[in-house]
Design a protein around this ligand. Sequence first.
Ligand code: SF4
Ligand code: SF4
Length: 420
Amino acid sequence: MIGIVSYKDQTKEGDIRRLESPAVLSVPLSASLGKPAFPVVEPGERVLKNQLIGRADGIVSAHVHSPVSGIVLEIKTATNISGKSETFIVLENDFREEALQLSKSDIQTPRNFVNLLKDAGIVGAGGAQFPTHVKFPSDTGKLKTFIINGAECEPYLTADFTLMKNRYRELMQVVELIRKVYQPDKVVLAIEKRNKELRFVFEPYREICSVKLLPDSYPQGSELQLIHSVTGLKLKKTQLPISKGVLVSNVGTLYGIYKAAFEGIPFTERVVTVSGDNLEGAGNYWVKVGTPVRHVLASAGKISGWDNCHVVLGGPMMGVEVHRLDTPVSKGTSGVLALEKRPLEAYNCIQCGYCVDACPMGLMPMQFAVAYRENDLKAFEEYRLGQCIECGACEYICPSNVPLIDSIKRGKQFILENHK
Ligand code: SF4
Ligand code: SF4
């Protein structure tokens, strides 16, 4: 792991602001890892806020709800930020905010709790968007250690920090609920040392949730690293944590559970850090899923100069650069960043080994650049490319600016194509 400049100061202060709703939203139906939801509304139909508009298709899939009241303009297929084809429900906002609520039910049993997560379309808000109802067990006795991931190790991002600082009571209400439903041995909130002031915020709740301080290193917030730091367990990328009695939920996900369990509101908006270089309105905002990136940045004072910027969804290390500003915010969008372009010249590898020291998965990243250059499928497998979590620590630390992440991503694609 590596030390990394945080760039967080410009958005750490203050409460979460509400971003004005856009007139038109494009709500993605692939709100999760797994199968996309399928539309259950038609063009021309009027919908209410929180109404189900996309139904989960199978177990590893998540429902999608309308973030506004208005009219369905169209159901369109377009290329998403990963270059894959995806379906969007385009909504015209009528700004009346006429809303439905989730139906109330007893959620004090694991089965009913899991059903609530499913009904509310909750997915991992840290970026992975894995359906949360699949992670939580339907039986008691399986969950021993519940870890709240408050280690927001990507530079710029402070969405989780702001939730912990300003919405700690709501987060602890969910912890109390989870303790009642699953009776885990312990609940741990894991935060980085740079945020140690939060210990005092959570001090009154120490009987139900202990706070673990983690080093300010990257990628401390990745699930495998976090589990190792908190429990000492070393899991493989393919191992499910719950098989060892461990479950990790990100702070944003926990807040989504609060809204569903205590306010009857499905996952239709989230906290997004809007930040980058020279943004007057940088801060944390409540943003409705489906809001175009252009609208988000304009609200933060960025209305021109796009040619000199990389616009990134998520953090600068693991996020994805978008090239179309009508790209919408999804349930996994933790940040919208406008970063000035700074040309970097790549040099040859000098075999310094820094990338090897930095790699949290114990890999030899420089070998992936060689394997990609030589189209060497065997070398990719020999050097365990499949274990790479694409954290970007190797490229960040490389003094020669070797484009390691590009080799890694292309290498994974190369393996997929050659195993068909
Ligand atoms: S090889 Fe993969 S896991 Fe290792 S540092 Fe690079 S991106 Fe991260
Ligand atoms: S850090 Fe860069 S220069 Fe050093 S061994 Fe790795 S790829 Fe080569």
